[in-house]
Write a protein that binds this ligand. Structure first.
Ligand code: G3H
Ligand code: 13P
Ligand code: ZN
Length: 332
């Protein structure tokens, strides 16, 4: 058993307090491999941003949880070596059982999400409360994110055909009864690169899909009911057209891609939304650059030469998010 403080990691309580009062959101970037982690740390050190490193159940299966934990420990040392001791959180993304959350807590995670959003309201309350009681009773307090409302979208381990917006009248009761530290809500974001069906969108002059706006009215109603309480947005990739076009130029097929416009995320980040989850944009950036290198240099077979440019592009993407979208730059 190891506690996150031994790894140099922090939980989210103070970071969220600062983010809510400062009108910005913390980046929550998923990682599964070395290049993603290098890019995240390099970008967050350079922009002086705190960061939440997210590990999904799929990432644990892919990369091995012990390796991931030790990579997070290495990330703390790497950030120091790069010259800035940024706060780093290691967070379980979409934990789906008490046992998974407990296992992560006991092996060094400083924060977990228990995603009971697919259960009935009462089952969600009971499961979330059980995780909170365990997490908060540790010598080193581990923070817990719960979820109310269902996001649409399909990923490896996170899938739902239809979304259900969060019902504002439930949030106060949920937060009070579970004791969660933050709450993920559903206001129109969704997982993956096809966040809306084309028929839900309009098109601009260039034929690009324009999605319907997020439900800021629901967010405002929630903020009224739990003032200053940390809110989390999942499914917040913007699915940049440049990356989609680059992937397609080099042989990929990503039809009907559509994400959340950056200006809407910026608006959300200025509210009580203090954690914004981004995974798909990183996947797109990496895929675009890998395809480009392999197409332009068919003789190349050194993985470092193939993954290096993808890592550089990822770093650019994350820096841009911190500075221009989340507002988390220069908050350390
Ligand atoms: O919300 C889900 C994240 O994008 C993680 O996806 O389960 O494929 O690792 P994953
Ligand atoms: P995206 O698929 O929009 O990047 O969302 C990621 C996410 O919510 C991880 O929990
Ligand atoms: Zn998510």
């Amino acid at each position: 058993m190891v506690s996150y403080t031994e790894l140099g990691l922090v939980h989210t309580v103070d970071l969220f307090k600062k983010a809510v009062s400062g009108g910005y959101a913390l980046p929550a970037y998923n990682f599964n491999n070395l290049e993603q982690l290098q890019a995240i740390i390099q970008a967050c050190v350079e922009t002086k941003s705190p960061v939440i490193l997210q590990v999904s159940a799929g990432a644990r299966k892919y990369a091995n949880q012990n390796l991931l934990k030790n990579m997070a420990k290495g990330a703390v040392e790497y950030a120091n070596e790069l010259g800035c001791n940024i706060p780093i959180v290691l967070h379980l993304d979409h934990g789906d059982s008490f046992e998974l959350c407990k296992d992560c807590i006991e092996t060094g995670f400083s924060s977990v999400m228990i995603d009971g959003s697919h259960y009935s309201y009462e089952e969600n309350v009971a499961l979330t409360k059980k995780v909170v009681e365990f997490a908060h009773s540790r010598k080193d307090y581990v923070t817990v994110e719960g979820e109310l409302g269902v996001l649409a979208g399909v990923e490896d381990d996170v899938s739902s055909e239809h979304s259900h917006y969060t019902q504002p009248e439930e949030v106060e009761d949920f937060v009070k009864r579970t004791g969660v530290d933050s709450l993920a809500i559903s206001i129109g974001t969704s997982h993956g690169r096809t966040k809306f069906k084309p028929e839900q969108c309009t098109r601009d002059a260039n034929g690009l899909l324009i999605p319907p706006p997020l439900r800021f009215d629901i967010l405002e109603e929630i903020e009224k009911r739990i003032p200053g309480f940390p809110i989390v947005l999942h499914g917040s990739s913007s699915v940049p057209a440049e990356y989609v076009q680059l992937v397609e130029k080099y042989g990929g097929k990503l039809s009907d891609s559509v994400g959340i416009p950056e200006e809407q995320l910026r608006r959300a980040a200025k509210s009580a939304v203090c954690k914004i989850n981004i995974d798909s944009d990183g996947r797109l950036a990496m895929t675009a650059l890998i395809r480009k290198v392999l197409t332009e240099h068919p003789e190349e077979f050194d993985p470092r030469k193939i993954l290096g440019p993808a890592r550089d592009e990822l770093k650019k993407l994350y820096s841009h998010k911190n500075i221009n979208v989340l507002g988390s730059a220069n908050r350390v």
